[in-house]
Design a protein around this ligand. Structure first.
Ligand code: MN
Length: 534
């Protein structure tokens, strides 16, 4: 597997062994820009810290020139996050972008500027309206400008997988000459096959002068469900960096999922003899953190982190698993963070047991106030529910760690008599002041939502309302999802409680808090809309 020339030393990672794969996470950039997945500053910082503890090599933190919020997020992550290289995106053709990226990254311990420009005939003609030679000039100018600000520069050929081969070679050569140290060839539109991706990387490594002195990188989208397969094939072609996201979030059908790539490399090391620095036992925790922050759960059958990924329902399978787990399990649930033996919690469990349970579930950084709130709610739940499952506790804590600080649910009294309107008396805390209102409605949930509209005036439309039981039995907690829309902005909120009406109010309050964050964002994503993305 001779790959790099022996003299190759990466500006951020030093000497790399030929089997080492750099994990470049773009959850906070490609992931965050997909509809409904926006995060606030505090949430981005929490995710960045989680990515560091997971062992991610490079964190793409955002696109600083796109908005003030993006700039601030990159800048805060650069200042407060230590351990991973922090990367910011910039268009090759815009010195303003590159300057903004450099400024936002200034406080970082190790930083990377990532420039990109389209290279396919379709994108150059219709999107950029540029001649190929102009694109080549901008590649050179952009990478040179970025190299003035940091030694670690990545260049991406947007729509690279649909770029004509000779021209792609010339672009990559220009980027290397101008100082790029990582060359990314994205399958921007999710069109490539594994064979295509393997070929592109081996072709570039064969043909481009200087190819031995850079790291090649894959960035595959999942429009045909091939993101992970294309990424693995790219490694066979000689790529040694993979760009991916937690839970596979990203533009349209998403990006290749980090957890799937990492576990494929580990489980099938016989086929993919490569190593990463990822601590796989933390995969589930980070996946859940992202789902909590964005209110988008992964589907139950999602590989590695889905609720059913290690569940064995059929009797034949269960029997096999009990005799020897390898009969139906290709990797252990523990290796990705699931706990097999669950410590059953109930009304006699104390603070120490509750804390131990939270640690086991991955919530080891929760602050004292939120721990106390979660513990109080746990005791309340234990009073009327005999067995408390991990899912119950996860739902409780997720509710607490969300940033609902502006509006909080305090208490509610519901009166329902069949055949008559329901009455609700609701108390909220709005900016730490108690607000109490009463309202009526067609059933308790309608009455509760009317009360919410009175307590906190807003114009948002309710687009979706759904309730599901977290576990089995009539004493199970309900999880409610509420989707609100206000002037074209969509938000999803989630709430959990043993009382369905309370869970609905918590979900509505969560959605309202998210809407307030969105209201403070002035000009959302104009550059992204105009320029598209890699
Ligand atoms: Mn992308």
């Amino acid at each position: 597997m001779a790959y790099h020339s022996p003299c190759f030393t990466h500006p951020s990672f030093g000497d790399l062994t030929p089997d080492r794969v750099i994990i470049f996470d773009t959850t906070l950039r490609d992931g965050e820009q997909s509809p409904g997945f926006s995060m606030n500053l505090a949430e981005k910082l929490r995710m960045a810290e989680a990515l560091v503890s997971l062992g991610v090599d490079v964190i793409e933190a955002g696109f600083p020139v796109a908005s003030k919020g993006d700039f601030e997020a990159v800048s805060h992550i650069a200042r407060h996050t230590r351990g991973s290289v922090i990367c910011a995106l910039a268009r090759s053709g815009s010195i303003k972008d590159i300057t903004a990226a450099g400024e936002a990254l200034a406080p970082a311990e190790r930083k990377r500027i990532h420039t990109f420009i389209s290279t396919s005939p379709l994108h150059m003609k219709y999107k950029l309206r540029m001649e190929p030679n102009t694109v080549l000039e901008l590649i050179t100018a952009g990478n040179k400008a970025a190299r003035q600000l940091t030694d670690d520069v990545e260049w991406s050929a947007e729509d690279g997988s649909r770029t004509e081969e000779d021209f792609l070679c010339r672009c990559v050569e220009a980027a290397i000459r101008a100082g790029a140290t990582t060359i990314n060839i994205p399958d921007t539109v999710g069109y490539a096959t594994p064979k295509d991706m393997e070929h592109i990387f081996s072709m570039l490594r064969d043909r481009v002068p200087g190819a031995d002195h850079v790291i090649f990188s894959a960035h595959n989208h999942n429009d045909l469900g091939l993101g992970v397969a294309n990424t693995l094939a790219s490694l066979h072609g000689g790529a040694r960096q993979v760009e991916c996201t937690i839970n596979g979030i990203g533009e349209r059908a998403g990006n290749a999922a980090l957890e799937e790539i990492v576990m494929a490399l580990r489980t099938r090391h016989d086929c993919y003899p490569y190593t990463t620095n990822i601590h796989t036992q933390k995969l589930l925790k980070v996946s859940r953190m992202l789902a909590t922050i964005t209110s988008f759960d992964v589907q139950p059958n999602k590989a590695i982190v889905g609720r059913n990924a290690f569940a064995h329902e059929s009797g034949i399978h269960q029997d096999g698993i009990m005799k020897n787990a390898a009969t139906y399990e290709i990797m252990t649930p523990e290796s990705v963070g699931w706990s097999r033996s669950s410590l059953v919690m109930g009304k006699h469990s104390g603070r120490a047991a509750f804390r131990e349970k939270l640690n086991a579930l991955g919530y080891d950084t929760i602050d004292e106030t939120r721990f106390n709130d979660a513990f109080t709610r746990f005791k309340d739940l234990a009073d009327h529910k005999k067995l408390i499952y991990d899912e119950d506790i996860i739902a409780l804590v997720d509710d607490e760690v969300r940033n609902h600080d502006h509006i909080r649910f305090v208490s509610m009294c519901v009166n329902t008599v069949s055949g008559h309107p329901s009455h609700v008396q609701l108390t909220l805390s709005i900016d730490q002041c108690a607000v109490e209102v009463t309202a009526t409605g067609n059933g308790p949930i309608d009455a509760a939502f009317n009360a919410l509209r009175q307590a906190f005036a807003h114009e948002a439309q309710l687009l979706l309302f759904s309730v599901a039981a977290i576990t089995e039995g009539t004493d199970a907690q309900a999880r409610t999802t509420v989707r609100l829309e206000e002037s074209g902005k969509l938000v999803d909120g989630q709430g959990t409680d043993a009382d369905t009406v309370v869970s609905a109010v918590r979900a509505y309050v969560h959605a309202l808090n998210k809407l307030l964050i969105k209201r403070t964002r002035k000009k959302p994503k104009t550059i992204r809309e105009r320029e598209g993305n890699i």
